[in-house]
Design a protein around this ligand. Structure first.
Ligand SMILES: Cc1ncc(COP(=O)(O)O)c(C=O)c1O
Length: 389
């Protein structure tokens, strides 16, 4: 068999395991109400939790930014591709999450996968929740540190691993809100362990930033944690509705990351216009309007979790916009997603390797742009399909 034939067989194996992924081409901007191939759908797929991705005020800021700053950055940030609007964004983000300094990255994936190798290396130890995001997992592998993965949220296991380690530098790494389950890490307890075992605590708040905490300042602000040990990442592509990410923490930590993070140094700076759109997004997040959007989404979460509680598929407990309905089998999850799609409801079926084998699920994600009627339709359809599929 040639290598190409082998690849062909590997692709066919994805089909037989119901693991081949497909893309659908949107013909309308990001919104819960989309049109694909001329057909309207109500979508429960995006991470646009506050409904800002298609917001005209952000698009206007982006357009004004492009007119002022042009289309591209031209070089990496440390050469000549850094702009005052990006500096202003970093200062605003740091103040918003209550840290000394922040560093703005092109994407959350680049931030996580680059920062962990900058913070830990050979001979150091990284302690990571088993359900952490792929970008953290890749960052850990790139770090070449000793990796200890503890069962999801199992603080006793984490503590045993910390107690056994004699690494000079220790780094505890966790999602704040787990991206496929929607549950929240025990941040206060993680910080207590970090202090007890003299470790850094790296928290990825991709899904909490903008949604949780006072004014949407994130899961760490909600938990009331601040420490020089704390290094936090927030994405700007999810609730903030644009693109990019930031890491915030003690000024020395951020300076170190700027000096050492390869995915920051060896890549072209992000287009400065994006920072202008993000400043407009922060204006909304940190306002009464932002509070109203968060209150609306909280009401939708409450309605969905009470409405679906009786189904034979298992809804994981979650107080965040990520609501996971566990179906189990890959084919069954795909069948349920297809049946919903027939009714104009677009909910993604998430399968391994994104989630552990045997836990294929619908990842229902709610947005402040959903109406109550959208959620009622989804509840009614799932509760009905439970009996007919
Ligand atoms: C927990 C978590 N961290 C990081 C990322 C990566 O962020 P970005 O999409 O900005 O690359 C994601 C999702 O994409 C995520 O779910």
């Amino acid at each position: 068999m040639t290598q190409l034939e082998q690849l062909h067989a590997d692709l066919a194996a994805l089909d037989s395991q119901h693991l081949r992924r497909i893309r659908r081409d949107n013909t309308t901007p990001c919104s819960p109400h989309v049109v694909i191939d001329g057909e309207p759908y109500t979508a429960f797929c995006s991470n646009d939790y506050l409904g800002l991705a298609g917001e005209p005020r952000l698009a206007a800021a982006l357009a004004a930014g492009a007119l002022q700053w042009g289309a591209g950055a031209g070089a990496s940030h440390l050469v000549s591709g850094h702009y005052t609007v990006q500096h202003a964004l970093e200062q605003r983000l740091a103040a918003f999450v209550g840290c000394e300094r922040a560093l703005y990255f092109a994407t959350g994936f680049m931030a996580n996968s680059g920062a962990l190798p900058a913070l830990a290396g050979r001979g150091d130890a990284i302690f990571a929740d088993k359900l952490n995001h792929a970008s953290l997992i890749d960052g850990m592998l790139l770090a070449r540190a000793d990796v200890h993965r503890y069962p999801h949220l199992d603080l006793a296991a984490l503590e045993r691993q910390l107690a056994r380690s004699n690494a000079a530098r220790k780094l505890i790494v966790s999602d704040a809100v787990f991206s496929m389950d929607g549950d929240v890490a025990p941040l206060v307890e993680l910080m207590r362990l970090a202090e007890q075992y003299d470790a850094w605590l790296y928290i990825d708040d991709a899904h909490g930033f903008g949604v949780l905490g006072p004014q949407g300042r994130g899961t760490l602000a909600e938990a009331g944690i601040s420490s020089w040990r704390l290094i936090q990442l927030g994405t700007l592509s999810k609730a903030a509705g644009v693109s990019g990410a930031f890491i915030a923490g003690h000024a020395d930590v951020i300076e170190w990351l700027m000096q050492k993070t390869r995915s920051y140094i060896f890549t072209t700076g992000t287009p400065p216009a994006l920072a202008q759109a993000l400043l407009a997004s922060l204006d909304i997040i940190d306002s009464d309007e932002g509070n109203a959007r968060r209150a609306h989404i909280a009401a939708l979460i409450e309605r969905l979790s009470t409405g679906l509680r009786q189904t034979r598929w298992r809804l994981l407990p979650s107080r965040t916009p990520i609501q996971a309905l566990i179906v189990g089998d890959n084919a069954a999850a795909l069948k349920l997603a297809a049946a919903l799609l027939e009714e104009g409801l677009w909910v993604p079926a998430i399968r391994p390797p994104t989630v552990p084998a045997g836990s294929a699920r619908l990842r229902i994600s709610l947005s402040a742009a959903h109406g109550e009627g959208d959620v009622e339709r989804l509840i009614e359809a799932i509760n009905r399909l439970e009996h007919s599929l």
